[in-house]
Design a protein around this ligand. Structure first.
Ligand code: FAD
Length: 287
């Protein structure tokens, strides 16, 4: 299918992009990798009169360290996450999980910023961002503001981003030594979105859980963090009975939509199973 006609703009700075957004208003959409937006345009779910392409804004791309914080430009593509030496050393969850996203062609164009900004609960980065306690830097006509991942996802395709704002970068505290991590994703075939996914970031001290963050993909209208399961685990040894109790909390947090990937009961059960696998893998990596 061919999308409706639109005017194309290719600014080379964030300031110019914001200026264009101010002039064109709600008739314009930002274009990143295009792997979510263009399919929606072809299906006529989105019909912007103008596309503002962010691909020529070099400052939006790349991964760097700022003290103990890792800073990822919104236009950084999945394949660059996978290849990043900084991420492999200090935030290995992201390169590992990015390998599970779509296929090599999509990963070559699809950006972390687009994956987050799209607000699709089926996308993998939203839950990952909740698990790693990411902060999003949003830039608008009046300057920048920072929003925690936790308050960013409002509903399916709805986020904290205002119409005149660009997600410019993502800031994540680097993992401390011996942080355990895992992302488990059940998918029907390579390249598919998750039937259910679970991200876990875990710290152990003296054989007890000292901190844990748990977040789920595609089992609710947004990615969800599961504080009840985290509270069940913190301060105790990671026994099978504690994991079983936390898995119950994980399943209680699920509110999936029935679709071709399964009914609500199946998806909820699979979220529990993805959590169990992720927490065991994370625990094995804490040493
Ligand atoms: P675009 O499609 O260009 O933009 C998406 C939306 O975000 C648009 O509304 C756009 O205006 C907005 N936007 C983009 N960048 C910004 C920004 N910096 N600031 C503000 N708004 C912005 N994703 C997964 O996570 N897991 C999968 O398993 C998966 N499988 C896929 C399989 C296929 C076959 C395809 C085609 C896609 C798949 N995707 C998957 C989606 C893919 O990762 C997309 O690339 C991603 O959802 C959107 O990123 P993008 O850079 O392509 O953004």
């Amino acid at each position: 299918m061919i999308p409706p006609t639109f005017d194309y703009h290719a600014p080379t700075s964030v300031a110019d992009a914001l200026k264009l957004m101010g002039q064109l208003g709600s008739d314009a959409k930002l274009l990143a990798g295009g792997h979510s937006l263009l399919p929606m345009m072809k299906l006529r779910f989105a019909q912007p009169a103008h596309l503002i392409d962010l691909n020529r804004i070099d400052s939006l791309r790349g991964i760097r360290e700022d003290g103990g914080t890792i800073v990822i430009g919104a236009m950084t593509v999945e394949n660059d996450l996978i290849e990043s030496k900084i991420l492999q050393a200090k935030m290995p969850l992201l390169p590992e999980a990015a390998r599970l996203i779509a296929d090599p062609q999509v990963r070559n164009r699809g950006t972390i910023g687009g994956d987050v900004a799209h607000g699709d609960p089926g996308n993998d980065h939203p839950a990952l961002m909740l698990a790693v306690d990411a902060t999003f830097v949003l830039q608008g006509p009046k300057g920048q503001r920072q929003v925690k991942a936790e308050g960013f996802f409002h509903g399916t395709y709805m986020t904290e981003l205002a119409e005149d704002e660009i997600l410019v970068e993502i800031r994540i505290p680097a993992f401390a030594a011996k942080t355990g991590y895992a992302y488990e994703k059940l998918k029907r075939k390579t390249g598919d979105w998750a039937t259910a996914g679970a991200a876990v970031v875990l710290r152990m001290s003296a054989e007890k859980v000292s901190s844990v963050r748990i977040a789920l993909t595609n089992v609710a209208p947004t990615a969800v963090r599961v504080p009840a399961a985290e509270a069940t685990l913190v301060g105790k040894p990671l026994t099978e009975s504690a994991i079983a109790q936390a898995a119950g909390e994980v399943m209680a947090a699920c509110d999936p939509a029935e679709d071709l990937r399964g009914d609500r009961e199946y998806k909820t059960a699979m979220a529990g199973e993805m959590f169990r696998r992720a927490i065991r893998k994370a625990a094995a990596r804490c040493k």
